[in-house]
Design a protein around this ligand. Structure first.
Ligand SMILES: NC(=O)C1=CN([C@@H]2O[C@H](COP(=O)(O)OP(=O)(O)OC[C@H]3O[C@@H](n4cnc5c(N)ncnc54)[C@H](OP(=O)(O)O)[C@@H]3O)[C@@H](O)[C@H]2O)C=CC1
Ligand SMILES: O=C[C@H](O)[C@@H](O)[C@@H](O)[C@H](O)C(=O)O
Length: 341
């Protein structure tokens, strides 16, 4: 097995939510096919949101290192400021022959809440494509189920700029992005069952996926059941609990239960958390800009958790970590949305 190249050995026994396992796609990483998206998604994606924030060169260098390690799936957002360095990294990867074609990559970006207005969706998508130096992305997501009437440069946001999301109008814009070929697939992020219900009742093109916080200490059982029944795939973000970030904590990396399982298997606690997510049938976006840890995080495909391990993980105390209120401020609408599952 090459450096950082991950192969599936258990893909066929895993119950997949809205997806089918395709082991060894391009000989690189296990992929899942999504309904409503032409290209399969590599199970493990590299997150590009850093805390504390880092400069463009650091992000670009980390992305190139991730490509060398075998990553082909990258998660960005207009709000992260990482679209430009990702675009530069892709251009350089092509120039130096690290990848042969842009088609080898699965690129996700997100519509920021300040553009979550029907008339602004297509222009915002075009702006992201310009940042990325790409003609299309593979997945375009509504970042959050809220509308902000102004661009923000700091948080907490001012109460006067917060509005409920016009789900129908904004989703029509997302559908137009897909119809125009600006993106291969469309989906959402941070949508509860209630918001999904509202969206599914009006969507002409159903969302391919919902990207949400998911990890052993916030397992999202109800939302996953809901989405599975409707063929909507889940992508897990903050699968390691976003340790050492403003929006996360150390409940996973410091979990004794996960550490004991890891020790018995000769794995790390992070690998146990990632393997657990994989065994739930979801794709995963996790961030590491560290050369060793980004490789460690790919090594989850040639071993499995036992029924006993899974039972112990099932019993972990559950608490949502990432909330709109903690990121954008404790306003009523955010608190209401955070309370939905
Ligand atoms: N749609 C949304 O609203 C959201 C989307 N996301 C996306 O998901 C991505 C990942 O989520 P994120 O919140 O960053 O959280 P993660 O759970 O991926 O945790 C990232 C943190 O864990 C550290 N880390 C990475 N690998 C290991 C390891 N093997 N052992 C110990 N520590 C490790 C990283 O540090 P280091 O780099 O030093 O290794 C970083 O501090 C984001 O980058 C973003 O793309 C995240 C939040 C919200
Ligand atoms: O200013 C707000 C931020 O961009 C925030 O909403 C996002 O960064 C979110 O936490 C994410 O990581 O996707």
């Amino acid at each position: 097995m090459g450096d950082g190249v991950a192969f599936a050995s258990m893909g066929d026994r895993i119950a997949l939510d809205g997806a089918v396992a395709l082991p060894q796609q391009n000989g690189r990483s296990t992929t899942l096919s999504l309904s409503g998206c032409e290209k399969p998604v590599p199970v493990i994606g590299m997150g590009t949101m850093s805390y504390p924030p880092v400069d463009i060169e650091t992000t670009k260098a980390a992305i190139l290192e991730a490509m060398r390690a075998g990553y082909r799936h990258f998660d960005t957002a207009f709000a992260y400021g990482s679209e430009k360095p990702l675009g530069e990294a892709i251009a350089e990867a092509l120039r130096v022959g690290l990848i042969q074609s842009r088609d080898e990559l699965f690129i996700t970006t997100k519509l920021w809440s300040s553009f979550a207005d029907p008339a602004q969706v297509v222009p915002a998508c075009r702006m992201s494509l310009q940042n990325l130096q790409l003609e299309y992305v593979d997945m375009y997501l509504i970042h959050q189920p809220v509308r902000l009437t102004e661009m923000i440069s700091r948080t907490p946001v001012a109460a006067e700029i917060i509005r409920p999301l016009d789900v129908k109008g904004v989703w029509e814009g997302m559908e137009e992005c897909k119809n125009l070929g600006l993106t291969k697939g469309i989906g959402v992020s941070n949508f509860s069952c209630k918001k999904m219900e509202e969206l599914l009742s009006i969507a002409k093109i159903p969302p391919a996926l919902n990207q949400v916080e998911m990890n052993p200490v916030w397992q999202q059982k109800q939302l996953r059941e809901f989405c599975k029944a409707r063929g909507v795939h889940i992508t897990a973000y903050s699968p390691l609990g976003a340790n050492n970030t403003k929006w996360g904590d150390n409940r996973i990396v410091e979990s004794d239960v996960l550490a004991d399982i890891a020790k018995a298997k000769g794995k790390t606690t992070a690998q146990v958390a990632l393997r657990w997510a994989y065994e739930q049938g979801v794709s995963i976006v996790t961030k590491s800009f560290n050369k060793q840890r980004m490789r460690e995080n790919l090594q989850i495909f040639d071993w499995a958790l036992s029924t006993n391990d899974l039972e112990k993980i099932n019993q972990l105390l559950q608490r949502k970590g990432v909330t709109l209120a903690s990121i954008l401020g404790p306003h009523d609408l955010f608190l209401e949305l955070d309370a939905e599952v």
